[in-house]
Design a protein around this ligand. Structure first.
Ligand SMILES: NC(=O)c1ccc[n+]([C@@H]2O[C@H](COP(=O)([O-])OP(=O)(O)OC[C@H]3O[C@@H](n4cnc5c(N)ncnc54)[C@H](OP(=O)(O)O)[C@@H]3O)[C@@H](O)[C@H]2O)c1
Length: 367
């Protein structure tokens, strides 16, 4: 055998072993650790804690030490929080490649939840942006708890006085995702036709309303029981996916916001205008490389077609939170609340979210 074949064979075997080893390491679930003891005399608070990856059974409501804000920090009393699919991706540590960031074997950060609204209770001496009594909302890891620590640089902004804590807590991840999909990735223009696949979920209910406020002609895709709700949010047309698939219609859209990922890239192309854009928000399922396949296909196909395929990784920031808070304040947008749970019922709220059929947002009410 020629030397170069031997070398390529050796490299191939090495790569196969390396990928298999990485798969084994990433797929390994360490045992749940016991909660550490709390120093005597400390003030405590309730928080949802998970010390290993798994189903909602790994979530515990624990008494943990109440944090004290440092000089550049503020302490928030949380009044309401919201559940997102992101929470159970962190809880399960799937897709497995995300464990490179969230922790291999077990989570590095044991607190869960991002979206919240609450009241500033105390501030460190260097904090200028907040004062005790301020009502705020935003995104911060560990939102499923009585209290949270935030900084001025955190994605936290004032809550308009006439917006309820629930309405504000529902907003951050889902509405920022909808806004960034329509405005930044989709470059939506007044009068354009946009189709929102998954119009009845957290992202979809905001996307319908934001797209209408941007002057678009909106088609929502949802199941039969949600048709009236999506129409009531302002959609011009609704396609009931239980009766027909939008990719089989003879209508072309300037923009498709895909929160579901149930149709192939080629099928979506068929109902896009020649210069249209597909924004991939929710991907196809799978714990390993399944969620990466469509974006990879899009990357390969992009140089050869006029249509644009955009992958979104939403990022919560001050500017977008303020913009969206103003839409709530002005009455141009409403947070659609599906179910409410208490903090101790969070595992049930997560189980419900995992079913994938939320109608708007799932709220955690702390009061
Ligand atoms: N890329 C990002 O930065 C980003 C940010 C946030 C969320 N996401 C992802 O976006 C997706 C949606 O998030 P979400 O918060 O809106 O989830 P959600 O609140 O759980 O909503 C899911 C919605 O999908 C609908 N649905 C299910 N099957 C459908 C189908 N075949 N056709 C049309 N609609 C269908 C459900 O409606 P029915 O009950 O009527 O079936 C439900 O309303 C998730 O995969 C999430 O992980 C991505």
């Amino acid at each position: 055998m020629k030397l170069r074949y031997k070398i390529s064979g050796g490299i191939l075997i090495f790569l196969v072993i390396a990928v298999a080893a990485l798969g084994l390491v990433l797929g390994h679930n360490a045992d749940c650790e016991a909660a550490p003891s709390i120093p005597g005399g400390s003030e405590t608070m309730k928080a949802i804690v998970y010390r290993c990856y798994g189903s909602a059974d790994v979530l515990n409501l624990e008494d943990i030490q109440k944090p004290t804000p440092a000089d550049d920090e503020a302490l928030v009393k949380v009044h309401a929080a919201a559940v997102n699919p992101l929470d159970w991706h962190y809880m399960r540590g799937t897709p497995y490649f995300m464990r490179l960031l969230s922790g291999i074997g077990k989570p590095d950060i044991t607190r869960l939840g991002v979206d919240f609204a609450g009241t500033i209770e105390a501030v460190g001496k260097n904090v200028k942006a907040f004062k005790p009594g301020d009502e705020v909302f935003g995104g911060r890891t560990g939102a499923f708890a009585d209290y949270l620590i935030v900084r001025e640089t955190s994605a936290v902004v004032p809550k308009p006085a006439d917006v309820t804590f629930e309405q504000a807590a529902a907003l951050p991840i889902a509405a920022v995702t909808a806004l960034q999909a329509l405005r930044d990735k989709g470059k939506l223009q007044r009068g354009q036709k946009v189709l929102i696949n998954g119009a009845s979920g957290g992202v979809g209910t905001y996307a319908v309303q934001i797209a209408k406020s941007m002057g678009a002609e909106v088609t929502g895709v949802c199941s039969t029981r949600n048709v009236d709700m999506v129409l009531s949010l302002g959609a011009d047309q609704v396609i009931d996916y239980k009766k027909e698939n939008y990719i089989e219609q003879d209508i072309e859209y300037d923009l498709i916001i895909d929160n579901v990922g149930n149709n192939s890239l080629m099928a979506n192309r068929r109902v896009l205008t020649p210069n249209g854009t597909l924004v991939m928000v929710g991907g196809s399922s799978g714990d390993w490389i399944g969620p990466l396949l469509t974006p990879l296909q899009a990357l390969i196909m992009s140089p050869f077609v006029e249509q644009k395929f955009e992958m979104l990784l939403a990022e919560i920031n001050h500017e977008d939170l303020n913009f969206l808070a103003n839409l709530l304040h002005s009455g141009k947008m409403n947070s659609v609340i599906d179910r409410r749970y208490s903090l101790s019922e969070l595992p049930d709220a997560i189980r419900y979210s995992e079913e994938g059929h939320a109608r708007g947002k799932i709220l955690i009410d702390m009061q």
